[in-house]
Design a protein around this ligand. Structure first.
Ligand code: FES
Length: 119
């Protein structure tokens, strides 16, 4: 587990996502109530940055073609069987948002690799 500070808590807007890039990895921070969530920022349909979409009630709607994702789970609420977008663990330390970039939640690629290693 390696938490990296990526933004001040008071920088995260309520009405939209905030794109962050650490090295080659682009993800977005979203505020839902008192919680902050981090999710990869590339739409699986054609790679458009999801953080540029419309954000309502914890769901981001891709500005390109309208697919939507719940930023709390990475799942498309209209297709529960689809692959989720990887999310990251977040913690708040002394007013800073820290993200664990080593530990994706809901990452089907990682889960497939772990299953392959086990078998
Ligand atoms: S790129 Fe997001 S819906 Fe097409």
């Amino acid at each position: 587990m390696t938490f990296v500070p990526v933004a001040r808590l008071d920088q995260i807007p309520e009405e939209r996502g905030m794109r962050v890039k650490v090295g080659e990895l682009a993800f977005a921070l979203y505020r839902v109530g008192d919680a902050i969530h981090a999710m990869e920022d590339a739409c699986p349909h054609a790679g458009f940055p999801l953080s540029k979409g419309r954000f309502v009630d914890g769901v981001i709607v891709c500005a390109a073609h309208g697919l939507c994702y719940d930023v709390r789970t990475g799942q498309n609420p209209e297709n529960a069987d689809g692959f989720p977008i990887p999310c990251f663990r977040v913690r708040i330390e002394k007013g800073m948002v820290e993200v664990d970039l080593d530990d994706r939640i809901n990452d089907p690629r990682r889960e497939r690799a772990q299953r392959r290693d086990r078998d």
